[in-house]
Design a protein around this ligand. Sequence first.
Ligand code: TYD
Ligand code: MG
Length: 456
Amino acid sequence: MAKKTDEFVCQNCGAAYKRWQGKCDACGEWNTISEESAATERMFSGPGRPPRKGKPFPLAPLAGEQKEAPRIASGNAEFDRVAGGGLVPGSVLLVGGDPGIGKSTLLIQIAGALAAAGHRAVYITGEESVAQVRLRAERLGLTRLPVELAAETSVEDIVATLSQGRVPRLVVIDSIQTMWTDMVESSPGTVTQVRASAQLLIRFAKRAGAAVILVGHVTKDGQIAGPRVVEHMVDAVLSFEGEGGHHFRILRAVKNRFGPTDEIGVFEMTGGGLSEVANPSALFLSERDLGAPGTAVFAGMEGTRPLLVEMQALVAPTSLGTPRRAVVGWDPSRLAMVLAVLEAHCGVKLGGYDVYLNVAGGLRIQEPAADLAAAAALVSSLAKTPLPADAVHFGEVSLSGAVRPVSHAPARLKEAQKLGFARAVVPDATRGAERDGLALAPVASLTDLVARIVPG
Ligand code: TYD
Ligand code: MG
C-alpha cells in the first residue's frame, strides 16, 4: 500500500514541494502553490506486474513497415495543414485557447467532418450538457451526422465506454481541466488530476490507435492553464487565437512531433460556425486604410503560405521624459533595433517621439523579414507621407543598415501580384525577380528606403 503523503503542487507548472511556499521556484509565479494529496504512486507503481524485457528494434524500417505515419485527413484543409497533414492514429493533440474563442465549435466541426467520412468520432464534454452541444451542432448543421456525444468527466468511465465497439478514429475531450480519475485523490481541476487524466487518455490513444484531441483553457498570460505539464506529454500543441472584436481566428502549431510548427490555419467565425479562409491575405487587407500615412503592407510567410498584412505605425511627439514604445503583433526588440538603425545610419531622429506599431487584424508576426515594412511605416508616419497603396515590402535590416535578402521571395511576390499590387520594395539581392504587372524597387540599405519615402 502506497504511503499517503501530502505535497504542495504549483498549479501553474506542476512543480512539487515538500512544504508550502509563496513563490514557485520553477516558474517564478506567486501564490500558485496549493496542497494536494499525493497518491500518484499507486498509478505508477501499483501492486506490480512481472517485469517484461524490452525488445530492441533496428532503426532501419522493417519489411512491410510504413515509412510515414498514416494520416486521417479531417477534410478541413486549414485544420489539416496545421496538424501536419491530418490526424495521426494513436497521437494526442492539445488545443489551447481563451474561453469563448471557438475551441468547442472547431472540434465539433472536425468530429462532424470525420463522421461524415464514415469514421467513428466521439465528442465528450465535461463542460456542457449533451443538450447544449446538440444545440450548437444544430446551429452548425451537423445534427444529421453520426457523431457520438457524451457528457462525462470520469476518465475511467470514458475509457471503458470507448473501448467498446469499433475503435474510434477521433475522440475529443472538452476539456482536460474538467476530467478526473480515481487514480489520484486530489480534487478535479488540480494539476495532479489533470496530469493523471491526460496520462490515462494518452495511454488509451496509444493502445487503441485512436487520435485524441484534448481541449485546454488558457490563462491570462497565455499558458495553457495548469496543465502546462500536459504540453510535454502530448504529441502536438495547437493554439487557437483571435483578437476580441475580430471575426477571424488563427490556429497555430506550437509543438508538433509529426509536422511543422510554422503553419497557421485561418478561420472566420460566422453565424454558422467556423468557416475556412482559403485566402487570408484578402481578409487581412480588407479593412485597409488607404492613403493614410504610417501604413505599409508586408509580404510575409506563415509556414509554406504567403500572407500579406498591413503594418501600422504612429510616431508622435512625446510629452514624457522617456518616450513610449508599444508594439502589438511584433517583436518589441526588433522594433527597438529598427529605430536604432534609423537613428544611427539614416539621420531619422526619433528620441523625442512616442512610437506605436501594430499589425492589423490581430496577427502575430515572427519573421525578421518584416523589418523593412516596419521601417517604411515608421518613416511614413514621421514624415506624414502616405506610402503608395499598391506597394508591398519585405526585407531584413541588419545593424549596419543594410537590407538583407529573405527566404521565399518568389512566393511573396506571386501573392502580391495575385492580389493586384503593382510594386514591391525588396532587398537589392532580389533584383530581377519581377513578375508581370509587378515592378520591383530594390533597396540596398535603410538609407535608400528613407530617400524613397522622403526625397531630398
Ligand atoms: P465556443 O466554441 O463555445 O468557444 P470555447 O469552446 O473556446 O469556449 O464558441 C463560443 C463563441 O462562438 C460564442 O461567443 C458564440 C460564437 N459562435 C458563433 O459566433 N457562431 C457559431 O456558429 C457558434 C457555434 C458560436
Ligand atoms: Mg468550449
